[in-house]
Design a binder for this molecule. Structure first.
Ligand code: PEP
Ligand code: MG
Length: 575
């Protein structure tokens, strides 16, 4: 029987293959009571499984595959810490001793308690860590049941295999070489889960949040996974299969064709050069940056170095990360943003939960209130400027006082490096993100004090329309084409151009094909997006003539009816 399931699209591409189901051991746990003389033995069995799981993590860390990103180490570290949490490593022992139950049951019961504690967290990031707890408990349970690790995929050279799991941890994922599976699908998980991030970095189609896929699917069911639309089609008939085979070939061909543009300059038909930069989260992302032909880094979200860890990266660790990117880009611009922590990216253990974190102590506000943390980062950043074309970008600035204070911090840090005779680029450019409507409207304040600007549309839209970008209940109101948003964008770009101060857009809008011509018409010449989007946007630039889009862009900016705006934009894009 053919049926389809819908989930959250996490990594694009189309995969066609046979289902391989990953066992989900916690569904198989039974409860029994042991005779008293056997209780000690049961505790020893639990201890042995605990030790074996610890060793499994050590061996995973030691055998980290080359293709695996450095962040896997952080995931493994987190999972090792969870394993050592007394609720997982001690409480089950106590329960076996007092209730004489089997070890699997004790572990399952204690895990549920721990997961319930995570449910109470207000913070979405912390809540999501309950998935990590379940994954670690699963691993320990497998040891108890005598089925450690995961079953390898059946070796079928003639067909592709799609891995179907109730849940998949990043640690699980690194055991599967990317070419072993055509795609990954899971019942659990959200777009921001670690597993989603890893799947994207492996460039393998992936859909998460399918709820009951693991239950409904059978081993060897034929599957079609559309990683773009988040759709899974089970046992398709011949017509559907033929249709998706065509779509798959077209998609692969399109990707290949686009990648051929890698070395080409992004010039418009009338000869203007447009800079297409990449957004990155960690130094390892440079491989993708090069593969897709980005000509610089427009946004290095440095806060990702700070997440998921108990001990924050010190100056030397940060310096090595920034230097690696500076050197790797061989003189091309590298824009490193000072950490944008707070809101949905909280430091581990940060107890204070604000009522309204997106409007609270976030980004530069947090930096200025934590001078030691900020100084350490600035030292690392300035030292890295000596090794490449590094620029420093400051997020979420709202006005003159914050800019002045930030510049004073930078000046003082330069002085301390001078005192120690440590080299850095004395001409390093300092830029500000335009993410708050106040910043967009009082742009003169920014243009007078800073060397360049970068528009963060993700936050600018959130703050302009008063829509929490992490709240799915109001997601439908998140409208990049709202006239107020378009006016602000156009105002910032034209004012910056008037002042002769470089301006780019580094929010998600910059990587969306539908907005490329609109931005070009507004006068934007620098875009920054995730690496995989660069070739598509380049193709759009190559087929655009600036004089031809000028009049229609102005018409869109004058329109205030949402339908009219969309109609005109469609016309602009089909020119
Ligand atoms: C933005 O707000 O558009 C941006 C690029 O920053 P982030 O998405 O990291 O908040
Ligand atoms: Mg932002």
């Amino acid at each position: 029987m053919t049926f389809s399931l819908h989930g959250i699209a996490v990594s694009s591409g189309i995969a066609i293959g046979y289902a391989h189901l990953l066992s989900h051991t916690s569904l198989e746990v039974v409860h029994y009571v042991l005779p008293k003389p056997l209780v000690e033995e049961e505790i020893a069995r639990f201890d042995a499984a605990l030790l074996a799981t610890r060793n499994e993590f050590i061996s995973l860390r030691g055998n980290r595959p080359q293709y695996a990103a450095a962040e896997f180490d952080a995931f493994l570290e987190l999972h090792q810490m969870i394993l050592d949490d007394p609720l997982l490593s001690v409480s089950p022992r106590d329960m076996i001793a007092t209730e004489h139950c089997n070890a699997e049951w004790a572990l399952k019961t204690q895990t549920e308690k721990l997961v319930a504690q995570f449910d109470e967290f207000e913070d979405a990031y912390l809540r999501e860590r309950q998935t990590d707890v379940t994954q670690v408990a699963e691993r320990l349970l497998k040891q108890l049941l005598g089925q450690p690790g995961h079953q390898p995929a059946p070796t079928r050279h003639d067909v592709e295999t799609i891995l179907v799991a109730h849940d998949l941890s990043p640690a699980d994922l690194i055991q599967f070489r990317p070419q072993q599976y055509a795609a990954f699908i899971t019942d659990l998980g959200g777009a921001t889960s670690h597993t989603a991030i890893v799947a994207r970095s492996l460039n393998t189609p992936c859909v998460v949040g399918l709820h009951h896929a693991r239950e409904l699917l059978r081993e060897d069911d034929l599957l079609i996974l559309d990683g773009e639309q988040g759709v899974l089609i089970v046992n398709p008939d011949k017509a559907i299969l033929a249709e998706y085979k065509l779509r798959q070939s077209a998609w692969d061909l399109e990707r290949k064709k686009l990648k051929r543009l890698r070395g080409a300059r992004a010039n418009t038909l009338d000869g203007s050069t447009i800079e297409l930069y990449a957004n990155i989260e960690k130094p390892d992302d440079l491989v993708e940056v090069k593969e897709n032909g980005a000509t610089g880094i427009g946004l290095f979200r440095s806060e990702f170095l700070f997440l998921n860890r108990d001990v924050l990266p010190d100056e030397e660790e940060q310096f090595q990360a920034y230097k690696a990117v500076a050197v790797g880009m061989e003189g091309q611009p590298v824009t490193i943003r000072t950490f944008d922590l707070g809101a949905d990216k909280q430091l581990k253990g940060a107890e204070r939960v604000a009522n309204n974190p997106a409007l609270g102590l976030r980004a530069i506000r947090l930096c200025l209130s934590e001078p030691q943390l900020f100084r350490t980062q600035l030292r690392a950043l300035l030292r890295a400027t000596h090794y490449g074309n590094v620029r420093i970008l400051v997020p979420m600035l709202s006005g003159a006082a914050e800019i002045n204070q930030t510049l004073q911090f930078i000046a003082a840090t330069k002085q301390s490096l001078d005192d120690e005779g440590i080299p850095y680029d004395r001409e390093v450019k300092i830029g500000g993100m335009i993410e708050i409507p106040a910043a967009a409207l009082a742009l003169n304040v920014f243009a007078k004090r800073l060397d360049f600007l970068s528009i963060g549309t993700n936050d600018l839209i959130q703050y302009t329309l008063a829509i929490d970008r992490t709240d799915e209940e109001v997601a439908h109101l998140y409208d990049p084409l709202h006239p107020a948003v378009l006016h602000l964008l156009s105002h910032v770009i034209s004012t910056a151009n008037k002042f002769g101060i470089p301006v780019s857009v580094c929010g998600e809008m910059a990587g969306e094909l539908g907005y490329t011509r609109l931005f070009l018409g507004m006068g934007l010449r620098q875009f920054s997006m995730s690496s995989a989007q660069v070739p598509g946007i380049k193709q759009r630039v190559l087929t655009t003539s600036l004089p031809e889009i000028a009049a229609l862009t102005q018409k869109i900016l004058r329109a205030d009816d949402p339908l009219k705006i969309r109609e005109l934009l469609e016309k602009l894009n089909s020119q």
